[in-house]
Design a protein around this ligand. Structure first.
Ligand SMILES: Nc1ncnc2c1ncn2[C@@H]1O[C@H](COP(=O)(O)OP(=O)(O)OP(=O)(O)O)[C@@H](O)[C@H]1O
Length: 649
C-alpha cells in the first residue's frame, strides 16, 4: 500500500507531500490541474519512463519518492537484494532526476540503496498497477489481448510460452541454416573447385622453404659465370701461392721475410712478435691458396643444372605472382586454402543433416505450441467466466464475452490468434471487441480486466486515471461501486471528474493549479548567482525557495510568475462543495443538494456487505435532487462524515 508521496521539482510541481490511506483515495480538480502529474510521479518513483521535460522548468534536478507499507514477502525480496529494511517497516522508492543539456539522467533507490531498472520493474509489478488515461485503446490490440490471456493463465502458461519461445528460436536457427545451405550450395561448389585447383597447383610446386628463391638465385649466378670463376680462381692461386711465370707469389715473399726476421732475431729478441705475425700470415696465405685452388677445381660448367635452376626460379616466381608476393606468403596461402577446403568438405553439417535437424525442431515447436494452446483454452474459459462476473455489475447485465483462439503458423508466442469477442446487447452476435465496444464499454471492460487481475496478482495498490471518462450516470454509478468494491481488497487511487465516483471516496484530495510569484535568481556574467530583490506578485502561497535561473534582461523579469500544483485533503464540508463543483451546470443550491444526495447514496452503499454485489443504484437527476436531499440530508450527512477521515496534505 502506498503510504506517502513526496515530489520536488517534477513537471509543474515545485514541492508536494501527500499521505494516502487504505480504501478509495480520490483525486479531483479542474482539467489540467495536475492530477495526472501526481500519478506520473508515482510511476516515475517506481522506475517508469521519464523524459527531460519531467524536471520542473528552471530546476536542474527533481525528486519523486513513494513510501509503501512493507509486507513479509516484500521484506524477503529486499533481503534477497541485500537492501536493508527500515525500522518503521516501510519501503522508500525514490528517483532522482538530473537535467543534462538535452537529456535527463536519473537514479532509482530503494531505502537509499541504488538499484537498477530491472529490480525496479520487478518491484513495480508487485506494488502498483496503473491504468492510465487512453489505455482502453490497448484493449483492442491483438497482442495485448494475448498478453492478458497469458497473464491470466499464470505461471504454468507463461512457462510454457517461454518454452515455445525457445523452441521457436531453435527452429528459426535450423530453418535459416538450411535455407542458407540450399542457397549457397552452388556457390559452395564453385568455391570448392577453386580451392581444389589452387591447392593442386601449390602442392605441385612443392613449396618447402621460404628462402628457396634466394638460394636458387645465388646458384644461378655461380652456374652462369663458371668459366670466369675458374679463371679467376687460378689467377688468385698464382698470386697467393705459386706463380708459373717465375715471379714470386705472396707465399714466397712472406717465406723470405720470415728468413730475414729469423736472422735478425739473433741480435734482437724483441723482434719475435713481428716474426710471429709474419709466420701466421704465411700460414694463412698458404691456406687461402690451397682453398682457392680447390674451389677452382670444383667449379664446373653444368648447363643442365643451370637450366633446372632457371626453370625452378620461373616456377616459383609464377607462384609468388599468384599467391605471394613473397614465397613465405604463398606458403601461408596454401595452408589457409587447405583449412578452408576442409571446412567446405568435412567441417559443417551436410544438407541432409540440416534437413533432419530442421524437421526435428519443427516437430518440437508444433508440439509445445499445441500444449500452449490447450493451456490457453483452459485459461480462456476461466477468463470468460471471471470477466462476465466482473462486467455484469458494471451495467452490462446481458454481456457475452468469449476468447476466440484460432490457429495460425507457429510464432515465438505460439500458434494462436487470440481475439476477444464481445456482445453487450442481448440477441446480438459476438464480435471483435475493438469493432463493437463503445468508449464507455471499453472503459468498463478495462476496469473489469484490472479487477480480474487484481485477484490473480494480489497487487497492493490499483491506480486509475479517469477510468470513468465518457460514460453516463448509471454506468458511472456502477463504476463507482466497482472501484469501491476493489478498494475493499486493495488500496485504490483514482483520478476522476465524476461526482458520483468522488462521492464514494474514503479520502478525497483536491488538486489545484495556482500561479505564484517566485523571486528570480539572476545569473551574472561571471556565472555567480544572486537572488533578485523583486517582490512576489502575490503575498500568499510563496512557500518555495527560488529555483528559476534565467538570465534576466529587464526589471519586469524580477517578478516571475510560475504555475504550481497544490493539493488539499478535503474535510466533509469542502467535499460537499467539491462534489457540487464537479456536478456543475446547476444553481448553487441545486448543486449542493445534488452533492448531498450523492454522499447519502454513497453512505448507504457503504453499509452493503463488501462480499455481495452491489445492485446498480438509481440515477439521481437534477430535478430529483432537491426533494431527496430534503428528506435525507441530516442522516446521510452524518454517515458521510463518518466515512471520511481526512488527512493533512
Ligand atoms: N512536464 C511538464 N512540464 C510542465 N507542464 C506540464 C508537464 N506535464 C504536464 N504539464 C501541464 O500540467 C498541467 C496538468 O496536467 P495533467 O495532465 O496532470 O492535468 P490533469 O489534472 O490530469 O488534467 P485532465 O483532468 O484534463 O486529465 C497541464 O496544464 C499540462 O499541460
Amino acid at each position: 500500500m502506498l503510504l506517502s508521496l513526496r515530489i520536488e521539482n517534477f513537471a509543474l510541481i515545485d514541492r508536494l507531500e501527500l499521505e494516502f490511506s487504505t480504501g478509495l483515495n480520490v483525486l479531483t480538480g479542474e482539467t489540467g490541474a495536475g492530477k495526472s502529474i501526481i500519478l506520473d510521479a508515482i510511476d516515475a518513483a517506481l522506475g517508469g519512463k521519464v523524459t527531460s521535460r519531467a524536471i520542473r522548468t528552471g530546476a536542474d534536478r527533481g525528486l519523486v519518492e513513494a513510501t509503501f507499507a512493507l509486507d513479509p514477502s516484500l521484506a524477503a525480496w529486499l533481503t534477497e537484494q541485500e537492501i536493508d529494511l527500515l525500522d518503521d517497516a516501510s519501503l522508500v522508492c525514490s528517483r532522482e532526476m538530473v537535467a543534462g543539456q538535452s537529456t535527463l539522467r536519473s537514479r532509482s533507490r530503494l531505502n537509499g540503496v541504488l538499484v537498477n531498472k530491472q529490480q525496479m520493474e520487478i518491484l513495480r509489478d508487485r506494488l502498483v498497477e496503473i491504468t492510465a488515461q487512453g489505455q482502453t485503446m490497448q484493449l483492442g490490440q491483438a497482442a495485448n489481448q494475448r498478453e492478458w490471456l497469458d497473464g491470466f493463465g499464470g505461471p504454468p502458461l507463461l512457462e510454457q510460452r517461454a518454452g515455445v519461445s525457445s523452441a521457436f528460436i531453435a527452429y528459426q536457427q535450423a530453418s535459416q541454416a538450411l535455407e542458407k545451405r540450399r542457397h549457397s550450395e552452388s556457390q559452395r561448389l564453385q568455391q570448392l573447385d577453386l580451392y581444389q585447383y589452387q591447392l593442386r597447383e601449390l602442392s605441385t610446386a612443392n613449396l618447402a622453404e621460404a628462402d628457396e628463391l634466394e638460394q636458387l638465385e645465388q646458384e644461378r649466378q655461380r652456374l652462369s659465370h663458371s668459366v670466369e670463376l675458374q679463371q679467376q680462381s687460378y689467377q688468385a692461386y698464382q698470386a697467393l701461392y705459386q706463380n708459373d711465370a717465375g715471379e714470386p707469389a705472396c707465399a714466397d715473399l712472406l717465406g723470405n721475410t720470415e728468413v730475414i726476421l729469423n736472422d735478425m732475431l739473433r741480435y734482437d729478441p724483441e723482434l719475435q712478435p713481428i716474426l710471429d705475425l709474419v709466420t701466421d700470415a704465411l700460414a694463412q696465405i698458404q691456406e687461402a691458396g690451397r682453398q682457392i685452388n680447390a674451389y677452382g677445381e670444383s667449379v664446373e660448367t653444368d648447363p643442365q643444372r643451370l637450366q633446372d635452376v632457371e626453370d625452378r626460379i620461373a616456377e616459383l616466381k609464377q607462384i609468388c605472382r599468384k599467391y605471394g608476393p613473397t614465397l613465405a606468403d604463398a606458403i601461408a596461402f596454401q595452408q589457409r586454402v587447405q583449412s578452408e577446403l576442409e571446412a567446405l568438405t568435412g567441417g559443417g553439417l551436410s544438407l541432409e543433416e540440416l534437413e533432419q535437424t530442421y524437421q526435428e525442431r519443427r516437430t518440437a515447436l508444433v508440439t509445445v505450441c499445441a500444449q500452449l494452446t490447450e493451456l490457453r483454452q483452459v485459461a480462456a474459459r476461466e477468463l470468460e467466466d471471471r470477466l462476465i462476473r466482473e462486467l455484469k455489475p458494471l451495467a452490462m447485465e446481458k454481456v457475452q464475452f468469449q476468447v476466440q483462439i484460432a490457429p495460425i503458423a507457429p510464432t515465438a508466442n505460439g500458434a494462436d490468434q487470440i481475439t476477444f469477442l464481445f456482445s453487450p446487447n442481448p440477441g446480438e452476435p459476438l464480435q471483435p471487441l475493438n469493432e463493437t465496444a463503445s468508449g464507455g464499454e471499453m472503459s468498463r471492460f478495462l476496469l473489469a480486466i484490472k479487477a480480474c487481475f487484481s485477484q490473480v496478482d494480489l497487487i497492493g495498490t490499483l491506480v486509475f486515471d479517469e477510468i470513468d471518462v465518457g460514460v453516463s450516470g448509471r454506468v458511472t454509478q456502477a463504476i463507482a461501486e466497482k472501484l469501491y468494491q476493489l478498494s475493499q481488497q486493495h488500496q485504490v487511487l483514482c483520478v476522476t471528474h465524476q461526482p458520483i465516483v468522488a462521492a464514494m471516496a474514503d479520502y478525497h484530495f483536491h488538486v489545484d493549479k495556482q500561479a505564484i510569484a517566485e523571486p528570480v535568481v539572476v545569473a551574472t556574467k561571471n556565472g555567480k548567482r544572486s537572488q533578485s530583490k523583486g517582490k512576489p506578485a502575490a503575498a500568499t502561497e510563496i512557500e518555495t525557495e527560488t529555483t528559476a535561473v534565467d538570465l534576466i534582461t529587464s526589471e519586469a523579469d524580477l517578478e516571475a510568475i510560475r504555475t504550481v500544483v497544490r493539493v488539499t485533503t478535503l474535510d466533509p464540508n469542502q467535499r460537499r462543495e467539491e462534489l457540487a463543483q464537479l456536478a456543475g451546470g446547476r444553481s448553487v443550491q441545486e448543486a449542493i443538494a445534488f452533492a448531498d444526495s450523492l454522499l447519502a447514496q454513497a453512505a448507504d452503499l457503504r453499509q452493503t456487505p463488501a462480499t455481495t454485489t452491489i445492485a446498480p443504484v438509481e440515477t439521481v437527476t437534477p430535478a430529483e435532487v432537491n426533494s431527496k436531499s430534503k428528506t435525507r440530508s441530516t442522516s446521510t450527512r452524518a454517515k458521510a462524515s463518518r466515512s471520511q477521515a481526512p488527512k493533512k496534505a
